[in-house]
Structures are given as structure tokens and as C-alpha cells.
Design a protein around this ligand. Sequence first.
Ligand code: ASP
Length: 276
Amino acid sequence: MRPALIVHGGAGSPPTEEHAERQAAVDRSLEAGWVRIGEGALEAVVATVRALEDEPALNAGIGACFNRDGFIELDAGVMEGTGLRAGAVGAVRDVRHPVELARALLEDGRHVLLVADGASAYARDHGVEMADPTLFETPRQRRNLERLLVEADTVGAVARDVEGHLAVAVSTGGVTGKLPGRLGDSPVPGAGFYAQDGAGAICGTGLGEAFLRLVLSHLAVVELMHGMAPDEVARGAIEHLEAKTGASGGVIVVGAEGEPAFAFNTPFMPVAMRVG
Ligand code: ASP
């Protein structure tokens, strides 16, 4: 099977002068993940999203957006398509790499989603790296909060390895000015991400409430399972998002075979991909 990896840095409308910087961040993260593709799809997507969480130009980890009260609450999720194992975390403030914590939950297997203090306690107890919450703060996101610019630029990666196994990882600060405790689609399997070997895997970005209401990622994987091509599914998912909710966003998709695909209805979504 030809391996594939596709990465996005969020669907949105950032100022034009930020486009090149955001695209470069996505390109760097693709390389960080691609060198791990030989270790499997899950390793590749986690390594990619870990790198994205270190890019201050993107809304995940360092560079994540602020909530209404001026705090950063981070969400992340991972899923692998062989055993349909998933792990996700929501509203964590002091975990250095939320995607690593999501991965730890996937491996643990007892629970799919942990939030807030419980998630942080799990991280501390299991040796997941912690961080001072101020580490994630950036002047760019402070300005966005002051102007209430609705920044919503989740990051994500979807991969297929040589054995045909599929995996997806996602990480986000959510949306600027969100209410404390708000979870979007990104930590919810089926809404913001999904993976099923033999069918496909997908990661979404955009208004999380809309993805949640449509359970859009699972819907897309069902279409892949029924034989639709990844580019048709990507386009169809965004058309459905717009038609049913009026929301904007984007998706990246990898099928059981062939080239990755993506679609978005926002002015900008940085994407990078590799096929082996
Ligand atoms: N989907 C994310 C959320 O609603 C935001 C984004 O993808 O831009 O939390």
C-alpha cells in the first residue's frame, strides 16, 4: 500500500500577511510526521500534530486562542482505524502536548474522553509532560481576543501507512472568546475526526458546533466505506456543512487507497501532503 500523510493548519480567514508563515508551519510539521510514517500511521499523525502544537502561528498548543475570560483551554483527539481505538482531551490548560495526552488515553483504553482537571490529573499521574499555562500565550492571540476576531484554526493530520492502517490526530485552542468549558468537535470522535481501516479517515476544522450537530466526520467515513472517492467526499462534506448549518470550515481526507483530498469554504486553509 502507498503510504500517505496530509496535514492542515486550520480553515479560516487570517490576514494575508500571515498566510506564508502558516503554510510554512504546516510544511515543517508534515516533514516531522513523514519521517515517522515507517513506524505506522498513528506515530506519523501524532508526531505531525505534536510539531503543529509548537508552531505559534497556529491555533493549537503554543499560539492557541484565548477563551472569554482570557484563559487558554486546549482540546485534542486521536483515532486509529484498525481497532477503532480513540483518545481525546478537552479544556486542558497545563498539558504541554495535548495530542500526547490523547494518545496516552487511546493506549490506556479505559476511557475515550477526559476533560479539564481530571485530564490534567491523569497526565501528571502518567508522566505526560506538563506546562505552565502562560507558555501557550502569544501576543497575536491576545490581540485577537481584544478585537474579538473569531479565530478558529484547529490543526490536524491524517495518514495511511504501508499496511493500509489509517489514523488521525487533531489539536486546537477552539474558537476565540469561547465560554469557559466549551468543547467543540475536535475532541469528539465522529464529529471532528474519525478513522476506519478499509474505508478512510478524516479531520475537520471550522465551527465546531456545526460539525458536532452533523456528526460530520463519521458521516464522511460512511460515504468512503460505501465506495465514494475521497475528493468527492471532501467536497460533499463541506457542501453539506454549508447547506445544513451555514457554517464554514474544511476537511482533509485519506481513503483506503489513492491520493489524499481536501476541501474548504473559507478564504484560506494551509495544507501539505505526501504520498509514498
Ligand atoms: N473546530 C474547532 C472548534 O470548533 C475550531 C477550528 O477548527 O477552527 O473548536
